[in-house]
Design a protein around this ligand. Structure first.
Ligand SMILES: C=CC1=C(C)c2cc3[nH]c(cc4nc(cc5[nH]c(cc1n2)c(C)c5CCC(=O)O)C(CCC(=O)O)=C4C)c(C)c3C=C
Ligand SMILES: [Fe+2]
Length: 382
């Protein structure tokens, strides 16, 4: 299959809430290729450690806690005279709840503070302001991004709370957003808050390795092998305006049917659009989201990415409108060739009138923790 063949999430039921832990140790971190469970928290931090030794302690502490939390189980009993080791939000014997904790670092970590300027992954930059962005500085960038995914929201809360309690001395919260992936309605890919199935086309598991993971290529620093570039875009949806657009117009903006998720020239969600048969865009408009994002030409094959988005819904904006949208998250091995190429093709798409990207950033997802003695960023800080 090609790089855009239907992904595992389209053909297999989404991960059922499970007590089974997700494997923590490995060449790559979990939370990238692992299926996205129902709850996802994205929490950005600034490192406040005065020195490099403190940064090492921070990363080692994050590793130790993530290893414990993702495994689940009872916490040590410190006795009634001490603050408890655990919040007990998940009870005395915490279920693993498909928990993954994915640690990524931002461009700002590679400044003069910790002597890392010469160690930066090749493509890591500060996310630029794209056309149609309305950046809110307090919701952008960050030294560290923690992506915490789990079967239930309280599992993610419990993990974030534990991680923060153990790392207060070296990092400070910057921004956070909680998201969710709904169950299939009624089948196939989950729906976003515009009502469309989202996540239909993603690399098949066999193709994902080349799309996602940085390989030793002589250009990237050796320590970065097995990592990935994470893009997080916090995108508010202008729901009230969207709900006043005709169904035909909505479907022409995406290039897919709202009910089935099928491309406008097909009948099932997994049907492949045939753009060669419709060069003028009569059936699937040339400026539709799916056609711009992936025109399915030889030239666009190299821009495949792994999308792993979450919906968010967090009350009202100051204007009284719904503050709802998408935490767009994607992973790739080359920001310029993949995310930025797609983003450039999408510039000015009709759908953009209904979206307000306001936050997020570019991050480098560290290689996996390889065993009991290893820790996040051990290669970077060696
Ligand atoms: C730069 C990358 C992308 C951004 C930003 C983005 C925002 C965004 N997308 C949707 C909804 C849908 N996207 C769909 C497909 C799709 N989107 C991108 C990239 C970005 N989207 C790609 C590469 C693709 C796959 C295209 C293809 O190969 O055909 C779809 C269709 C269903 C699917 O395949 O998932 C929807 C729906 C929203 C709402 C949004 C911003 C909030
Ligand atoms: Fe999209």
């Amino acid at each position: 299959g090609g790089l855009f063949a239907a992904g595992a999430r389209a053909d297999t039921p989404p991960s059922a809430p499970s007590a089974e832990p997700v494997v923590f140790h490995g060449e790559h971190q979990a939370g990238v290729l692992t299926p996205a469970p129902a709850a996802g928290t994205f929490a950005a931090f600034d490192v406040t450690s005065p020195d490099r030794a403190g940064l090492v302690t921070l990363l080692k502490t994050l590793t130790t806690r993530a290893r414990v939390l993702t495994a689940g189980g009872p916490q040590p009993d410190l006795g009634v005279g001490a603050p408890p080791a655990d919040s007990a939000v998940l009870g005395p014997d915490a279920p693993a709840g498909s928990l993954t904790i994915t640690v990524s670092v931002g461009n700002s970590l590679f400044d003069q503070r910790y002597g890392l300027a010469g160690r930066k992954p090749l493509h890591l930059t500060t996310m630029p302001v794209f056309p149609d962005d309305a950046p809110e500085p307090a919701s952008c960038h960050g030294d560290l991004m923690l992506q915490i995914c789990a079967a239930t929201a309280d599992t993610a809360h419990h993990a974030l709370r534990d991680l923060m309690k153990h790392t207060r001395a070296w990092m400070q919260p910057r921004y956070r957003i909680d998201g969710f992936v709904p169950p299939p309605r009624p089948s196939g890919a989950p729906r976003n808050l515009m009502g469309f199935k989202d996540g239909i086309v993603n690399p098949a598991p066999a193709d994902a390795t080349d799309v996602v993971w940085v390989a030793a290529d002589g250009k990237e620093p050796a320590w970065a092998t097995g990592g990935s570039y994470q893009v997080v875009r916090l995108i508010r949806m202008l729901i009230e305006f969207w709900d006043r657009v005709s169904l035909t117009e909505q479907e022409r903006m995406f290039g897919r049917r709202r009910d089935t998720g099928a491309p406008l020239d097909g009948s099932a969600e997994t049907d492949k659009p045939d753009y060669a048969r419709d060069p003028g865009g009569t059936v699937i408009p040339l400026d539709s989201h799916i056609r711009l994002a992936n025109p399915r030409t030889a030239a666009s094959a190299g821009s495949a990415m792994l999308r792993r988005p979450y919906n968010y819904d967090r009350g009202f904006a100051p204007t009284g409108e719904l503050d709802s949208g998408l935490i767009f998250c994607c992973y790739q091995r080359n920001l310029a060739a993949q995310f930025e190429a797609v983003q450039a093709r999408l510039a000015g798409e009709p759908l953009a009138d209904y979206l307000r990207p306001f936050g997020g950033g570019y991050f480098f997802t560290l290689p996996g923790v390889r065993g009991d003695q290893d820790w996040y960023g051990s290669g970077l800080l060696r």
